[in-house]
Design a protein around this ligand. Sequence first.
Ligand code: ZN
Length: 171
Amino acid sequence: MTDHPSIEIADDKVVTFHYRLRDAEGTFSESSEGNAPVVYLHGHGNIVPGLEKQLAGRSGGDKVTATVAPEEAYGAHDANGIQRVPIKRLGSPGRLVAGQMVAINTDAGVRHARVVKVGHFNVDLDLNHPLAGKTLIFDIEVVGVREATPEELEHGHAHGPEGHAHDHETP
Ligand code: ZN
């Protein structure tokens, strides 16, 4: 912030922000309060598209309330995403209750799913993203904006507030 106080959010900038997120129905909320702020590389699809779009042109210190439709967040809720599977396919999940999250092996690897209904032998699982179909409201406070490093641009994601090295598998 001291070096570039007026740098604007645009493609290939690294943005740091705090957020509060809720859905329009008020059934879900989370925030970065008490945690490290989010750091992302703008223009590379690292945050939901609707939020990325509404942060463009903002700069450090800005407060933004962004309302994002499902199509520009986690997508519409897909009724085909609800599947009835044998409980034994879940391994030994213990006592299942509606609303809990479980892990299930699918052709596409391990997925997390929400339990919709529990029967004697089968369970209905919702494989949609928990925020699918929801209009999301983000209260954003932009903490800082800086240029990306060449390494970050190559990786397509941010490497932390100061651009330090990190441990991950290089794709
Ligand atoms: Zn990386």
